[in-house]
Design a protein around this ligand. Structure first.
Ligand SMILES: [Zn+2]
Length: 102
């Protein structure tokens, strides 16, 4: 059964916020978060007559294709946010270097 992409994304955000609140920055590991994320489980129920999956928690009702589509879009959004941070870091480090040179 696919797990609900909406509930999973919401839970991930919650777990990450909790983790960041409880764990000092220097003790944080990406692997810890991934392990926590692995425990998230929101299996959807298959409605065999309509071939749609239903999430009992948030009420999402979608075909398998729509479920993977939503998951893909949510992952994309997550990725672009991280990319932007990386870009910012790059820019910041570069400008720092340039300042040191001048
Ligand atoms: Zn859901």
């Amino acid at each position: 059964m696919p797990s609900c992409p909406e509930c999973t994304a919401r839970e991930k955000k919650k777990i990450q916020e909790k983790y960041e609140a409880e764990t000092p920055e220097e003790e944080r590991h990406r692997d810890d978060l991934i392990k926590l994320f692995d425990e998230i489980d929101f299996p959807m129920k298959l409605d065999s007559s309509t071939k749609h999956f239903i999430c009992k928690r948030c009420g999402l009702y979608a075909t398998r294709e729509q479920v993977s589509d939503i998951r893909y879009k949510l992952n994309q959004r997550e990725k672009t946010r991280q990319d932007k941070q990386d870009d910012y870091l790059d820019w910041w480090q570069k400008s720092k270097k340039e300042k040191e040179l001048t």
